[in-house]
Ligand binder design. Structure first.
Ligand code: GLP
Length: 246
C-alpha cells in the first residue's frame, strides 16, 4: 500500500520531508542511536538537500550521528569524476554538513570485483542496523535506484545495464549522450524494500505516467517501482503535475 502526499510545490515538499528526517534524527539521537539514511541522486532530491543544509546551518541540525548509503553509482566513474554520484553528493550535500566521512557509503564505480563489492555493501548496510529511511526518485522506465526493468523483488546490490531511455534522460548532466556510462552498481529491489520507511519524490508532468503505473499496476519486474506497493510504509511525495494521471 503506497500513501500519497500532495505538495503545492517542490520547496514545500522539500521542507516537509526535511522536517521528517530532522525529527527522525532527533528522536534516535535522544536514545543514543545513529540514523541510517538511504540517499538518492538525480535532480529531484536537490531542493530537499538544500533544505537539509539550511536546517544544519540555521537550526543546528547535526549529522554527526547519521550514516548514509547511496543507492547507486555509474560504472567506470571514479570519485573525482564530475558526473559521478560521489561528486554529486559531495557537492550538493555532504561538504555542507558535519557528517563524518567514515559514515558515508557510495558504491565504488571503479571496483575491479563488482560481485564482492556489492556483497560487502549489503553487509555494511546490515552491520549499520539497516536503513531507517530510504529516499527515492523514479526514472521513466520505472527504475528505483538503477533497478531497470526487469528487476526482481529479490534482487540485491549488483551490477546492472542501463536502459537507453535512462541514458538519454541522464545525458543532460553529461552534456553528451556518448559520455553516459552503459552500466552502474545499484542497491537491489530487496535491499530497498528492507528499509523501514521509504519516501519517494516525483515532480512534474514527465513523471505522471510512471507514477500512475508504479501505484496501479500489478507488481512485476517489468516496472520495478511497482514492488513498492509491497512495502508497509512507503509514501509518494508528489506535486500536482506528477499526480495528474492518478
Ligand atoms: C537516476 C538515478 C535515480 C533517480 C532517477 C531520476 O537515474 N539513478 O535514483 O531517481 O535518475 O532522476 P531525476 O530526479 O533527475 O528525474
Amino acid at each position: 500500500m503506497i500513501a500519497t502526499r500532495l505538495h503545492p510545490d517542490k520547496q514545500a515538499a522539500a521542507q516537509a520531508i526535511a522536517r521528517e528526517i530532522a525529527d527522525l534524527i532527533e528522536i534516535r539521537s535522544k536514545s543514543g542511536k545513529p540514523t541510517v539514511l538511504g540517499l538518492a541522486t538525480g535532480s529531484t532530491p536537490l531542493p530537499l538537500y538544500g533544505e537539509l543544509i539550511r536546517l544544519h546551518r540555521e537550526e543546528k541540525l547535526s549529522f554527526r550521528a547519521v550514516i548514509t548509503f547511496n543507492l547507486d553509482e555509474y560504472e567506470g566513474l571514479g570519485p573525482t569524476h564530475p558526473q559521478s554520484y560521489r561528486s554529486f553528493m559531495e557537492e550538493n550535500l555532504f561538504r555542507h554538513l558535519d557528517i563524518p566521512k567514515a559514515n558515508i557509503h557510495i558504491p565504488d564505480g571503479l571496483t575491479s570485483d563488482a560481485a564482492k563489492h556489492c556483497a560487502d555493501y549489503e553487509a555494511a548496510i546490515h552491520a549499520a542496523g539497516g536503513i531507517d529511511l530510504q529516499l527515492l526518485g523514479i526514472g521513466r522506465t520505472g527504475h528505483i535506484g538503477f533497478n531497470e526493468p526487469p528487476s526482481a523483488a529479490d534482487s540485491r546490490t549488483r551490477r546492472v545495464h542501463l536502459d537507453e531511455l535512462t541514458r538519454r534522460d541522464n545525458s543532460a548532466f553529461f552534456g553528451d549522450l556518448a559520455q553516459v556510462p552503459h552500466g552502474a552498481l545499484t542497491m537491489g529491489v530487496a535491499t530497498i524494500l528492507e528499509a523501514r520507511r521509504v519516501e519517494l519524490i516525483a515532480f512534474g508532468e514527465a513523471k505522471a505516467d510512471i507514477v500512475r503505473r508504479a501505484m496501479k499496476e500489478t507488481p512485476s519486474a517489468g516496472c520495478p517501482a511497482t514492488w513498492l506497493q509491497q512495502h508497509p510504509r512507503c509514501t509518494f511525495h508528489l506535486d500536482a503535475a506528477a499526480a495528474k494521471a492518478l
